[in-house]
Design a protein around this ligand. Structure first.
Ligand code: GLU
Length: 376
């Protein structure tokens, strides 16, 4: 791998994370609409170039507290939850307006930690995002701060954005922040701090540059950004940290602004497949007929019609082994139905699923993106 900074145009699915301080003018108590409009111009241009864009937008709590004129200082949990309820509605409306001016339909997804960490909910959230992208919407995602309590919250949108990026198999995560990247020492304390333009791999030395946990009080400081980098790059997503303190911040990245790139050795699909192939314990077995086995080898998904037998006690989203009629392992994958439902739709055409199960399930028993063939 050559350690060369990529260009935004190289990517097909980009998650853009926007920090609170960029979005909210705390003194004026409102959103920085002109800046947001300039970011929306950049997003629209990338979107028009056939790229999928997902926004992870902070700012609900900051905006809510400004609107409500809450005193400065740390908010109690219930105060920040309630402030987020006020801020989020305004945030969503503004995103919808600024993207709408470009003819782009915005959509809102509010997630909690469980939605990205529990596999079934993860798959659910992922299908929703996939569907929205297929419809060419730009999902605007934030943590559901109103219901998230201390134990079950991300608290920072850097890691949330990284999980969203891996969930959506994005190939790039852009963290727009109030700093223009990583320095070898804290730049506000050390005038000689050197900017790092490219991080081919996150080493212990790089982690040390982010400072230790004890010195990092600020939510969304460099430490959570490095954590985000670890999540993203191990899952096959590149990451770039760039300053959002200028108008058209994405255009600026393309024009060569000072940023820090974190490169991934993998790509989103192969890394996810590695995860499926290697790290999961299969919970059951699907035995398929020869026709389906041949279709899988041609790169197709596994449809219920090709399944002849279901064994094991698995839930939707669990890993299963796929075996041919002779019992030989053909591959592994994440199954879209739990064992009971899977057994009921064996040999049935995808169109019958709704009649049998009474719900509009997925047409595939195992989607090809969720499958690895043995020896592949
Ligand atoms: N979810 C929080 C909010 O919208 C922001 C978290 C962060 O700034 O990283 O207010």
């Amino acid at each position: 791998m050559s350690a060369k900074a990529p260009a935004l145009a190289d990517f097909r699915r980009i998650v853009v994370k926007v920090g609170s301080s960029l979005l909210v003018d705390a003194k004026a108590g409102r959103l920085k609409e002109a800046w947001l409009a300039s970011l929306a111009d950049d997003i629209a241009r990338l979107h028009g170039g056939k790229r999928d864009i997902i926004v992870v937008s902070s700012g609900a709590i900051a905006l809510g507290r400004s609107v409500l004129k809450l005193p400065p200082g740390t908010l109690k949990l219930e105060d920040s939850q309630a402030a987020a309820a006020v801020g989020q509605i305004a945030l969503a409306r503004t995103w919808s307006e600024v993207l709408g001016r470009h003819g782009i339909t915005a959509s809102q997804i509010l997630v909690t930690l469980d939605d990205t960490e529990e596999r079934r909910r993860y798959l659910n959230a992922r299908s929703t995002i996939d569907k929205l992208l297929e419809w060419r919407s730009v999902p605007v995602i934030n943590e559901n701060d109103t219901v998230a309590t201390t134990e079950i919250r991300y608290g920072d949108n850097d890691r949330l954005a990284a999980r969203v990026a891996t969930m959506a198999s994005a190939d790039l995560l852009v963290l727009l922040s109030d700093v223009d990247g990583l320095y070898d020492a804290p730049p506000h304390l050390d005038a000689k701090a050197k900017h790092i333009a490219l991080v081919p791999r996150i080493t212990a030395e790089i982690e040390a540059m982010a400072g230790d946990a004890a010195s990092d009080h600020a939510r969304g400081g460099m430490r959570t950004k490095i954590e985000a980098g670890k999540i993203a790059t191990t899952a096959g997503t590149h990451m770039v940290i760039a300053s959002g303190h200028i108008d058209n911040p994405l255009k600026a990245i393309e024009a060569g602004a000072r940023v820090t790139w974190f490169l991934t050795p993998g790509n989103p699909v192969t890394s996810r497949k590695k995860w499926i192939a290697g790290s999961l314990e299969p919970k059951g077995t699907l035995t398929i007929d020869a026709g389906a086995a041949a279709a899988l080898r041609r790169g197709k998904s596994l449809l219920p019609a090709g399944v002849i037998r279901v064994d094991g006690d698995f839930g939707r989203g669990d890993a299963v082994v796929i075996r041919g009629p002779d019992g030989a392992e053909i591959g592994r994958g994440l199954v879209a139905y739990d064992a009971e439902d899977a057994a009921r739709i064996v040999r049935k055409s995808s169109g019958d699923i709704v009649l049998i199960l009474g719900i509009e399930g997925r047409a595939e028993m195992v989607h090809r993106d969720d499958m690895v063939l043995a020896g592949a």
